[in-house]
Design a protein around this ligand. Structure first.
Ligand code: SF4
Length: 381
């Protein structure tokens, strides 16, 4: 039965596989980068990012030596920036430990920063032809249905059983020399045919062998515990504009958006108002300030946190930017790699023709001109 499954899957993959630029490459580095980008991200989204990335950082060494801000700039909009940081850390480890070449060994791959069993298996099988399983969410779904494996899918027992099933497939004659393609076929089947809610079993190349299909209710597998909703936080952002410059700062190394440039921000503490939070965020980068008023609010969902950003316009009353904080000229704003969570603020600033804070105190605010970003004094939020 296994040999039939393998040859059916490989035949189907040969006939129907989607074109992806990294599938044309045998370069382990190019394959590794694509696998990292594809984590939690759709193929169509990844395609242009991967092409730009490979052009800008064509080798492990180029990536290892790149300034972090250049890396973030190329990654900008792809989200989950920890992946980019880990890629560079791993590139440096590859230079130090393996002379700049990815190791043809799943354990050595798994010892690199940010590389888990899935990525190690994918690179080992696709780039080096090693018979290692690569179980992403799609392959897990297919395997659990094909062999009708019940039980909580993230448990060690189920994981081990699914891996053993795939190892057995990879050991079959037809898979010899093509382990990477067999892994990709399983993932492709999950992505295009064996969907979570309504698998198209009639179009499935292994429909005749699938135990869950024979059981009549394949969509009940894999079994997952219901996830608790992600926690929620309010984030105060200090928008400090002086002339045609705006204050930006690098985030601390740990926590949300670690190490990234952005507008000073702080997660609100219990009982703290957005205005108070904005002053605290300002103080963290060396400035004293007073809130002028709310600029705008918008929701943003991080991978593990739902949030609302409360952007407060603040005025500096003393101090100088410390550490990696500085006033960025509006013309330089586009060149900064800012996280997607801060894009609504950056867009509002770059779309505006002019930045002017209208003073309500003088009683004679300058007249607003269409297209100007008018930052007027208002009630403090
Ligand atoms: S027969 Fe249906 S449930 Fe089974 S692997 Fe194919 S698409 Fe998935």
């Amino acid at each position: 039965m296994s040999a039939t499954i393998v040859s059916d899957l490989l035949d189907w993959f040969d006939r129907t596989k989607r074109e992806m630029p990294w599938r044309l490459s045998r370069d382990p580095y190019a394959i590794w980068v694509s696998e990292v980008m594809l984590q939690q991200t759709r193929v169509d989204t990844v395609r242009p990012y991967w092409e730009r990335f490979m052009e800008r950082f064509p080798s492990v060494r180029a990536l290892a030596e790149a300034p972090l801000d250049d890396l973030y700039k190329v990654w900008e909009g792809l989200g989950y920036y920890r992946r980019a940081r880990n890629l560079q850390t791993a590139a440096r480890q590859i230079v130090d430990r393996h002379g700049g070449q990815l190791p043809a060994d799943a354990s050595a791959l798994e010892a690199l920063a940010g590389v888990g069993p899935y990525t190690a298996g994918a690179v080992a099988s696709m780039a080096f032809g090693l018979a290692k399983p690569a179980l992403d969410g799609n392959a897990v779904r297919v395997a659990s249905r094909l062999y009708e494996v019940g039980g909580e899918v993230s448990s060690a027992r189920v994981r081990a059983e699914l891996e053993a099933r795939i190892r057995a497939l990879l050991a079959e004659g037809p898979a010899s020399g093509r382990p990477g393609e067999l892994n990709q076929a399983l993932m492709e089947l999950g992505a295009t045919v064996c969907s979570p809610q309504s698998p198209r079993c009639e179009a499935c190349p292994v429909g005749g062998e699938c135990l869950a299909r024979q059981g009549g209710d394949p969509a009940r597998l894999p079994q997952r515990r219901k996830k608790a909703p992600a926690p929620f936080a309010e984030i105060a952002v200090a928008l400090c504009v002086e002339g045609q410059s705006v204050l930006v700062a690098r985030r601390p190394d740990g926590g949300l958006l670690a190490g990234m440039m952005g507008f000073p921000a702080a997660v609100l503490e219990a009982g703290e108002s957005p205005a108070e939070g904005s002053v605290r965020a300002l103080a963290a980068v060396g400035l004293r300030g007073e809130p002028i008023g709310p600029f705008r609010s918008y929701p943003f969902v991080f991978s593990s946190l739902r949030s609302v950003h409360r952007v407060i316009l603040v005025r500096r009353s003393g101090g100088e930017p410390a550490g990696e904080a500085f006033f960025a000229d509006r013309r330089a704003l586009d060149a900064l790699a800012l996280p997607a969570a801060m894009a609504p603020i950056r867009d509002a600033l770059t779309d505006a023709r002019d930045w002017r804070v209208l003073s309500a105190r003088t009683g004679k605010p300058a007249p607003a001109v269409a297209g100007d970003l008018v930052l007027s004094e208002a009630a403090v939020g």
